[in-house]
Design a protein around this ligand. Structure first.
Ligand code: ADP
Ligand code: ZN
Ligand code: MG
Length: 479
């Protein structure tokens, strides 16, 4: 592993969250009865004509802008020909030598370092249907074809071979997913196959410039599997070379059960897709003013939000990372920070008590029973010392449980911190009278005993006295 360097490039398919398919008006919904969301176009019936979805193009352009790509003024759809039972047209409509967008990049942090992976291209295409291998029934083996997915809009994001380790691959896809979530063009639900990834892997001697022969690993359905597949594939190639063998160019399949990759087809068996321009679709032209309209709808991206949270609210890099991992968490944090004027306290509460209770209850931030305004109200009570830190935690837990406001809970539970000096003085007098020994010790110079006395006063006030006031008044009384 010391002698060699791994080189990886990824091809990520992302399902766009349009309501209808890319070339017809059929619904894209997940989980409908098989073959109910279909029409002559997505069934590939002869003579049916594709009509490009404007929304799909808009989403693809948003992705291109977010990934810092240049959007080509004209791109060309092409037929990628191959036979598969779940591909009724006999070809996929994709883009080949003139893709939608090119030359982008994604920057991300890994172990305190900023890394950049360049994006080669982003192209649009339609998805195939699904073959469902159902096993044996009445001693016959059945495979079913469901064409609901046929024609679902995808973008394929292809990276340069810039990735050098499985950790880097993992960090990159995590950053990529975050960006795609922020721009709201995809549900990015890995379990539903909204994001799928093929990994191209090669190894070379350290210092060598020429790239080694690559293997393409397919069927990697989660980021964890991606890391597992690379952690298997990289040493496999190194061992192969070290034992005198050669890496062959091939497609390999990752098996999640064994954690291994196995050869699926070699270069000789590779598909020749016979790409040619799709005759049923005109070149896709994107007028400048349309681009600018789309650019104007772009939200703040994770990296920009992180930088702003650090400069505007004085957050540490780590806290900014956590709070921007999910855009809704970031929005929530910012609402609390704005309302209270104290970013660090807001950050602590959002990452601490709020995140803990969300996790415990399996809720997302959007489902939080405590709104940002609700948490801000609580933090203001705390800042004004109407309740103390310990009480604030209790109130927050009750807010989360009942959905009631901080003020209502403080009122109901009689929790209000006693800052009224008269009331506190009365308690102090009682405590001093009951503890003459400690008073003696204090006056004799053992001033640390004040801690004990503060504790007694707090206890007598059922935790409601303002500790700072108690401290001041005690000191004054003891001379
Ligand atoms: P192909 O023609 O086999 O599809 P491409 O040149 O289009 O290959 O590259 C596909 C993906 O493989 C890209 O993400 C690219 O960065 C990556 N890639 C290309 N060559 C290598 C290599 N030698 N090692 C690792 N990844 C590579
Ligand atoms: Zn259809
Ligand atoms: Mg290629």
């Amino acid at each position: 592993m010391e002698k060699y360097e791994a080189v990886m490039g990824l091809e990520v398919h992302c399902q766009l969250a349009t309501r209808t398919k890319i070339f017809c008006g059929c619904a894209t919904g997940f989980g409908a009865d098989p073959n109910t969301n279909v029409c002559p176009v997505c069934l590939g019936l002869p003579g049916a004509l594709p009509v490009l979805s404007r929304q799909a193009v808009e989403y693809a352009i948003k992705a291109a802008l977010a990934l810092k790509c240049t959007v080509n003024e004209a791109s060309i759809f092409a037929r990628k020909n191959y036979f598969y039972p779940d591909l009724p047209k006999g070809y996929q409509i994709s883009q080949f030598d003139k893709p939608l967008a090119e030359h982008g990049h994604v920057d991300f942090e890994l172990n305190g370092e900023t890394k950049r992976v360049r994006i080669t291209r982003i192209h649009m295409e339609d998805d195939a249907g699904k073959s469902i291998h159902d096993g044996f029934k009445d001693s016959e083996k059945y495979t079913y074809v469901d064409l609901n997915r046929s024609g679902t809009p995808l973008i394929e994001i292809v990276t340069e071979p810039d990735i050098r380790s499985s950790d880097e691959a993992y960090a990159f896809v995590t950053a990529l997913k975050q960006i795609l979530e922020y721009i709201e063009i995809s549900d990015c639900d890995m379990e539903k196959g909204n994001l799928r990834c093929d990994a191209n892997v090669s190894v070379r001697l350290r210092g060598e410039e020429k790239l080694g022969t690559k293997a393409e690993v397919k069927n990697v359905n989660s980021f964890r599997f991606l890391k597992m597949a690379l952690d298997y594939e990289i040493p496999r190639q190194i061992n192969l070379i070290e034992s005198g063998g050669k890496v062959v160019q091939e497609t390999r399949l990752f098996n999640a059960n064994t954690g291994e990759t196995a050869s699926m087809r070699s270069k000789e068996q590779a598909h020749d897709y016979r790409y040619f321009p799709e005759p049923d679709l005109l070149p896709l032209r994107i007028p400048k003013n349309w681009m600018e309209t789309i650019r104007a709808t772009m939200p703040e991206l994770p990296a920009d939000k992180r930088a702003r949270f650090i400069s505007e609210y004085g957050l540490r890099e780590y806290d900014a990372q956590v709070l921007t991992a999910d855009q809704y968490l970031g929005t929530y944090f910012e609402q609390v920070a704005k309302a209270t004027g104290d970013g660090r306290t807001a950050s602590n509460w959002v990452q601490g008590d709020l995140s803990a209770l969300l996790k415990e209850s399996g809720k997302s931030i959007a489902e939080s029973p405590v709104t940002a305004a609700g948490l801000a109200e609580l933090l203001q009570l705390l800042a004004k010392q109407e309740i103390n830190g310990k009480q604030a935690k209790e109130v927050f837990a009750k807010m989360f449980e009942t959905g009631d406001s901080a003020k209502a809970i403080v009122e109901r539970e009689g929790m209000k911190q006693i800052s009224d000096t008269g009331a506190i003085e009365k308690i102090i007098d009682e405590v001093l009278a009951a503890n003459p020994k400690q008073v003696e010790q204090y006056k004799g110079g053992k001033t640390t005993v004040i801690g004990f006395l503060v504790g007694q006063v707090m206890k007598a006030s059922k935790g409601q006295a303002n500790p700072a006031t108690v401290n001041d008044l005690l000191k004054a009384k003891l001379g």
